[in-house]
Design a protein. Structure first.
Length: 253
């Protein structure tokens, strides 16, 4: 609302009260209808990642990855929310996280590709991050990065149960630091109809205070241990969107 319209409304009704906090709190717990849309958006996102994995080949440029991605869901009613990619040489890496804009760089044998993809369906988006190698086996560094990200993902999701304090998710990510790595982006964040609380970093990348907050059944979370080297030259992505259920964090798919 423009300032002049807001001022006129406030004058006519005798004052406007902010309900932002209450509205956000209501949106943290998903309704059955919201969960249905998230599941569908997650399926479209998964289809897009599969299309990239099956279609990427040496010689194409990074922009072709976006075409592979969107082609997987446009015919199913999905639209693009985000598709970020990083493609870099495994032997001489220069990127640790996906970029928001694709370049005309040609993909080569021996590259590593990691992506963050979210297909949107009527206001709700899935989200999935994956790491691939191009026409080559992963080298020792990227095996370690990927394995560390997978262990962190499993530890965090095991801790994501109803009633758990969100600091327990941060503590579960300690395998990242123990492996000699760190993270670049948020470790965990709420999701579904927007970017929501809790937004968490890892033990050595606590870019904001851990909120005093407990997990509840019906919350949707993205768990994304984007593990990188401390010099920020290499990384690996493993991530899923999930739903807090009465027993555990179930992956939405």
């Amino acid at each position: 609302m423009r300032f002049d319209a807001h001022q006129r409304l406030a004058t006519e009704v005798g004052g406007v009260i902010s309900l932002d906090r209450q509205y956000t709190q209501l949106r943290l717990i998903k309704s059955d209808e919201e969960i249905d849309r998230l599941r569908h958006a997650a399926r479209l996102s998964d289809a897009a990642v599969s299309a990239v994995a099956e279609g990427v080949e040496p010689g194409m440029d990074e922009r072709a990855l976006a075409a592979l991605t969107e082609g997987a869901y446009l015919g199913e009613g999905g639209t693009n929310h985000i598709h970020y990619f990083a493609v870099t040489s495994m032997s001489d890496p220069e990127m640790c996280v996906p970029a928001q804009f694709q370049s005309d760089r040609r993909i080569q044998q021996g590259d590593v590709l990691f992506c963050e993809i979210s297909a949107n369906y009527w206001g709700y988006a899935g989200q999935v991050l994956r790491t691939f190698t191009v026409a080559a086996d992963a080298d020792e560094l990227f095996v370690r990065l990927h394995d560390t990200a997978q262990r962190a993902f499993e530890a965090i999701t095991a801790a994501a149960i109803p009633g758990a304090h969100v600091r327990e998710l941060v503590a579960a990510s300690s395998v990242i630091e123990e492996g000699g790595f760190t993270i670049y982006d948020d470790l965990v964040h709420g999701y579904g109809g927007g970017y929501m609380r809790p937004v968490l970093g890892s033990a050595n990348r606590d870019h904001r205070a851990i909120p005093d907050m407990h997990l509840e059944t019906g919350m949707a979370l993205v768990v994304q241990p984007n593990v990188i080297t401390t010099d920020e030259r290499a990384g690996a992505q493993t991530e899923e969107l999930g739903l807090i259920t009465p027993r555990w964090l179930g992956v939405i798919a």
